[in-house]
Ligand binder design. Structure first.
Ligand code: GAR
Length: 203
């Protein structure tokens, strides 16, 4: 059976990558398969998670490229060499240019750790998002999976899940709850929805 070939782009621990791999094993993700993991950091633990699951990896470091354009061209050629259909940004801490996002229009999704349009856009990533939510004093936050276009965190929303903020929460405790109760659930589900749609469009 044909499956959509997925590349997951990562920068860090890769718990969202792990959730996608686990979803593939349990059958939640069945229309697509992760065939490549691309990291922009050599030390990203996500690379070890990929290797443990026999998934091909590539490392492309921005600082080792002459420009952002060269960095993106290297990623694109790696994706093309591996016949990638669909890209998932899972804790990938780079903003992709319009040149990149146009090339893969409706074929890139991202998970963001807040309920967009709150606490999103340039400068809002990782723990900073949870710090901002706690500083503002919101009582509910969550996660969003959305298509990626040229506006940071501005593409069409695919799925969201709310998470309550508890008294005494720190950015770290909140990050953990948002990951466990929202991100790791909605990212694999959204990956299946988009993969299934892509397969249908091929018919
Ligand atoms: C996740 O919380 C993800 O939503 C966030 O970084 C973390 C990566 O964790 N992404 C962003 O903030 C993107 N703007 P992981 O490497 O364990 O999946």
């Amino acid at each position: 059976m044909r499956r959509i070939k997925i590349a997951v782009l990562v920068s860090g621990g890769g718990t969202n990558l792990q959730a996608i791999i686990d979803a593939q094993k349990s059958g939640i993700l069945k229309s697509g398969e992760v065939s490549l993991v691309v990291a922009d950091k050599k030390e990203a633990y996500a690379l070890t998670r990929a290797e443990n699951n026999n998934i091909k990896t590539a490392v492309i470091v921005k600082k080792e490229c002459a420009s952002k354009a060269e960095f993106e061209e290297k990623i694109i050629s790696t994706l093309e060499e591996n016949n990638i259909d669909f890209i998932i940004l899972a804790g990938f801490m780079q903003i992709l240019s319009e040149n990149f996002t146009k090339k893969y229009a409706n074929r890139i999704i991202n998970v963001h750790p807040s309920l967009i349009p709150s606490f999103c856009g340039e400068g809002f990533y990782g723990l900073k998002v949870h710090e901002a939510a706690l500083d503002y004093g919101v009582k509910v936050t969550g996660a969003t999976v959305h298509f990626v276009n040229e506006i940071p965190d501005g593409g069409e929303i695919i799925m969201q899940k709310a998470v309550e903020i508890m008294p005494g929460d720190t950015p770290e405790t909140l990050q953990k709850r948002v990951m466990e109760n929202a991100e790791w659930i909605i990212l694999p589900r959204a990956a299946e929805i988009v993969s299934q749609k892509m397969l249908e469009e091929e018919k």
